[in-house]
Design a protein around this ligand. Structure first.
Ligand SMILES: Nc1ncnc2c1ncn2[C@@H]1O[C@H](COP(=O)(O)OP(=O)(O)OP(=O)(O)O)[C@@H](O)[C@H]1O
Ligand SMILES: [Mg+2]
Length: 287
């Protein structure tokens, strides 16, 4: 598949005006095709979340064009923009935005219900998405009855439910232990292999290794763009079988979206990757 899902052309996003104006994005162009997962890296304040918000039509550019499936977000009426977001875009926010008065399954099914699907159908899809992430037991729990990591995975399930063409994730593994975090990235990878376009904001080169490309932002500009493996200093051959003890590549899984099983050591690595030698020492985020 090679159709373009996201196209950003010379995009600017300026907050405020006058001398205190902040150019959160300063002329960014970026395209993501169906089947592709692109990692976005860069220091704090470099514009990563701003980029994701614009890509998901949660915010509009000050100048430039953001197109989702060929539709310019700036040219749509608010109701059409909302429908585009609901139907085509799944987002995992940096702060999770789960609704406290709804159970996990209800949170996940909500976008589908808002889109006119039957409650029973939305519930079935939600339970399926929870199953995909190994979270069956959480369906009837409210956010305050879950750990931070469980809430994060429910937020991810919500972003993946339905047939979203564009999946955006802002540090989706932040509250997860490294094994669970890798499992979540495997699900994201599998979604992209199944035809979604993905954008993943991450600080960890090890996580960027799941991506096809890494885009580096600094001061609101794309300063570099590379193949993922060179960023993570690790070999990556997504479509070759993983070492013994791990599952086949995500795209060949009979169940779309299933993460690879942990290997003998309990570690889930990007298919084809060996060790993450030196790749995560720079972040210092691991416990
Ligand atoms: N609503 C806003 N009003 C004013 N300035 C903003 C607003 N949102 C973001 N900014 C500024 O835009 C710049 C980019 O912010 P952004 O949140 O995109 O950074 P980030 O790369 O996601 O950072 P982090 O890694 O800390 O999440 C920062 O200088 C930030 O202060
Ligand atoms: Mg951010």
């Amino acid at each position: 598949m090679s159709d373009l899902v996201l196209r950003m052309t010379d995009v600017y996003r300026v907050h405020g005006s006058g001398p205190t104006a902040v150019r959160a994005l300063d002329g960014v162009s970026l395209s993501v095709q169906a089947g592709e997962l692109v990692a976005v890296m860069g220091p704090s304040g470099s514009g990563k979340s701003t980029l994701l918000n614009l890509a998901g039509a949660l915010d509009l550019p000050t100048a430039g064009v953001v197109e989702i499936d060929g539709q310019s977000t700036s040219s749509l009426r608010p109701a059409d923009l909302a429908a585009l977001r609901r139907r085509r875009v799944g987002v995992v926010f940096q702060d999770l935005n789960l609704i406290p008065s709804l159970t996990a399954a209800e949170n996940i099914g909500l976008p589908l219900e808002l889109d006119g699907r039957r409650v029973s159908e939305a519930h079935r899809a939600a339970v399926g998405a929870l199953h995909e992430l190994g979270l069956d037991e959480l369906a009837d729990r409210y956010p305050d009855q879950m750990s931070g990591g469980q809430q994060q995975r429910v937020a991810i399930a919500r972003a993946l439910v339905g047939d979203r063409r564009l999946v955006l994730a802002d540090e989706p593994t932040g509250a997860l232990d490294s094994l669970t975090g890798e499992g979540v990235l495997a699900v994201l990878r599998a979604r992209c292999d199944a035809g979604a376009a993905g954008l993943l904001v991450t600080h960890e080169a090890r996580h960027a290794a799941w991506a096809d490309r890494v885009v580096y932002l600094r001061d609101g500009r794309v300063v570099d763009s590379t193949e993922a493996y060179s960023a993570a200093s690790m070999p990556r051959a997504r479509h070759t079988p993983a070492p013994s003890g791990t599952s086949p590549s995500p795209g060949s899984s009979p169940v779309a979206g299933m993460p690879p099983a942990p290997g003998p050591s309990g570690a889930v690595t990007p298919p084809g990757a060996t060790a993450s030698v030196g790749a995560h020492s720079e972040s210092g985020r691991e416990g």
